[in-house]
Structure formats: structure tokens, C-alpha cells
Design a protein around this ligand. Sequence first.
Ligand code: GRF
Length: 216
Amino acid sequence: MAKLKVGILISGRGSNMAALIEAASAPDYPAEVACVVSNVADAAGLAAARAAGIPATALPHKGYPDRESFDRAVSAELEKHGVGLVALAGFLRIQSPWFVARWQDRQLNIHPSLLPSFPGLRVQQQALDAGVKVSGCTVHFVTADLDGGPIIAQAAVPVLAGDTADTLAVRILRQEHRLYPLVVRWFAEGRLSVRDGRAGVAGVAPGATLLFSPEP
Ligand code: GRF
């Protein structure tokens, strides 16, 4: 069967992108990374994608008169590569309603907290300031509600005494790199659905694999 083509949007270092590329290099993985697009010309992830032989394009958003014309250029690039799923991986750009609708139910994001807690930026500091004892990461469908779309899966990590935003970020990132490839696999296998604003995963026993930490 033809593999699902995934387009990844980045703005920076691209470690989640790299995790998806690595997962997709396995012969039995049902998706391939068809292209990477960055709105930041010197994003480190672009070089990493090219080194892996993946078409990687910089489309600096400043070159466009408004949000939607930039989004249309991104969409054209994704369509050129036959993309069937958009994966946001540290893409720091609010999308136009046009783009969100264009890729509705075919666009995922990964966020470094257990949503709906701590959306937005400086996420780990928000968690530390709130004094939570458990944090983690969330993969969700993208909707017009920033970091608010239907939650597909989450992985939890402990927040330890003495954690800084950086140490917590590293711990969460390790789980992000496991969770995102798994959810993209589920999407490619046609196991994800959205009903009444809630996402479902077919064929996964409740509680079986969604809570990753502590390590099984
Ligand atoms: C990750 O923490 C991701 O959850 C958030 O932005 C960060 C991107 O990191 N959306 P990287 O570029 O994938 O390394």
C-alpha cells in the first residue's frame, strides 16, 4: 500500500521532525516524510532534513503581505509533494482560518504540556510556576483554537524538585519523540477519528499505551 505522505512545518531546531524522519525510515512504517517547510530561513531543522535527503524549503513569512498569502504558499508547497497529513513540529506561526480549514482533520500539533493546561509559550515555566507534579506532552488535531484542538494522545513525566524549565523540557522532549511518531502511525493506519470535538483512537485498549511515563 502507498505510504501516507507527511509534510512537516518547523521554525527551529526540529528534533520532533528528526524523530518523525527516523521513524519513517523503518520499512514497515506506514508514512513517509515528503517535505519540510520552515518560515525561518536559517532554522537548524532545514539542514537536518536536507541531510536526510528530504526536500526542505524556507518560506520566510515576512516576504508575504498577509497571513493568508503566506499560508497559501505553504499549502501549495505541501500539495506539490502530495501531502496527506501536516505535522506541526515547533512551528511558531499562527495560521489563518483558511489554512486551518484547508487541512482540517489532517493537521496535527505536538505541545509540551498536558493540555488543556499550559497552552501557548514558555510552557515549562508555566508548569513550574503552577507547581504541578506531573507534566508531559500532547498530540492534538489543529483547530482555530490555539493548542485547543481534539486531544489524541498524551505522555506524562514527573516534575522533580529542583527542575528548571530546561531540565523539564528535556524530560518532556524525550516523550515527544516517542509519542509523535506513534500518533502519525495511527493516523496513517486510519485509526484516528474526531466526533463532537473529541478524538478517538481505534484498536488501542484504554490506558494501554497512552500513558508512557514512568517507563513501562
Ligand atoms: C517542542 O517542545 C514542541 O512540543 C513544541 O515546540 C518544541 C519544538 O522542538 N511545539 P523541536 O523543534 O521539535 O526540537
